[in-house]
Design a protein around this ligand. Structure first.
Ligand code: XIL
Length: 367
């Protein structure tokens, strides 16, 4: 099949947008240009539905040098039945990214959520290793050579479960024991040796005793994997922050980032947004405080040379996952992202631009 036919068949309206170029968007600085000058990648999660809106697709193309599929590469969408894989949406999104010179993050190959119903009823200690390995070989293998970095394992630590190493009581731990993490990384390396293999997690960003415990557990996990020779090359810090009238602080993050640097790991900020559920309704005030957190947080992490990418979890407020999880008490929509629902830039966008413009250029070529 010729390339153009493939694009039209598999990618539908998104490929059409990609082929025709992007619609006009207002003149504004582009994050991707500011970040490019610093040898840093910047971008966002994209969803297939958002990309079908031409103005949204144009904004994503204008601003992002890296993208990640919000849901389309998770187990549920990619392997809806044991013997059936489904890649139509993810393929179209990768085509879009390539057409706009964007790198692609893969998210994710092993998680306790978004798994298809069949997995939970089929999996046993006897077949779990083969199921996990096969899924990774098929999914990461399909995009071999096209993925900047894979979130190989997502959110494996949950201290509240009180397991050794802080591991979460996931379907994988229950059926495979702690070795599942190493197994997943080894399979990912086999499937796509060029991708930067990443462990991704949340709840380790601000100064607080529970977050410090999580940081230590994550370091322990990464050190253990390294000691066994498992191919883990980066940590993804999700960075779902919550704003408060008394804002969180990020001093303790410096020591953590230094430790990761000493281990030779890269760091990606993979899912940044700022939940404003505890802030007053006034939009100007909310936007100012959310922007303040973007500025403080990005200044902190971007002071470290091995932080190589910053992605927000969506670029514009409309459709943010945060409205579904913990909605605001007053019924107002949340404003966690750099652009508003009408795609106007917000103070958080200006804060991102400032933090990126101020940060030192990253040292190596490879990002
Ligand atoms: C969320 C998506 O945004 C939602 O659309 C979906 O319903 C659930 O997953 N941490 C992660 C992401 O690693 O995959 C989650 O994405 C948000 C939290």
């Amino acid at each position: 099949m010729r390339r153009r036919e493939f694009l039209q068949i598999s990618a539908g309206s998104i490929a059409v947008t990609a082929l025709r170029g992007i619609p006009q968007v207002p003149e504004r600085p582009a994050l991707r240009e500011l970040a490019g000058a610093k040898n840093l990648l910047v971008g966002s999660a994209f969803s297939f539905a958002q990309m079908a809106r031409p103005e949204m697709a144009a904004l994503l193309a204008q601003q992002c040098s890296i993208m990640v599929c919000e849901n389309e590469l998770k187990w549920g969408p990619t392997q809806p039945e044991r013997d059936r894989y489904e890649f139509e949406h993810a393929d179209a999104m990768v085509v879009f990214a390539e057409a706009h010179g964007q790198k692609v993050r893969g998210h994710n190959l092993c998680w306790h959520q978004s798994n298809p119903a069949w997995l939970e009823t089929t999996i046993t200690p006897g077949n779990a290793a083969a199921l996990l390995r096969q899924h990774i070989l098929v999914v990461a293998g399909r995009y071999r050579g096209k993925i900047h970095s894979w979130d190989v394992v997502n959110e494996a630590i949950h201290l509240e479960d009180q397991n050794a190493g802080g591991l979460r009581n996931s379907v994988w731990l229950k059926n495979l024991g702690e070795g599942y993490i190493e197994l997943a990384f080894r399979a990912a390396a086999e499937a796509d040796p060029g991708a930067i293999l990443t462990y991704n997690d949340f709840g380790m960003e601000h100064d607080a005793p529970d977050q410090e415990r999580k940081r230590n557990a994550v370091l322990g996990l990464l050190r253990g994997l390294r000691a066994r020779g498992a191919p883990v090359q980066a940590l993804g810090i999700q960075s779902h922050l919550t704003a408060h009238l008394d804002p969180p602080r990020f001093h303790e993050l410096h020591g953590f980032l230094k430790e990761l640097g000493k281990m030779g790991l890269r760091v990606f900020i993979t899912e940044m947004d700022v939940d404003d559920r505890d802030l007053p309704a006034d939009v100007a005030k909310r936007d100012r405080m959310v922007a303040g957190l973007y500025r403080d947080y990005l200044r902190t992490v971007l002071a470290h040379d091995h932080v190589r990418a910053v992605l927000t979890w969506g670029l514009a407020d409309r459709g943010t996952w945060l409205d579904a999880y913990h909605p605001r008490g007053d019924g107002q929509k949340k404003r966690p992202l750099p652009f508003d629902a009408e795609l106007h830039a917000k103070p958080a966008f200006a804060a991102m631009c400032e933090a990126i413009a101020e940060c030192p250029a990253r040292s190596e070529e490879r990002v």
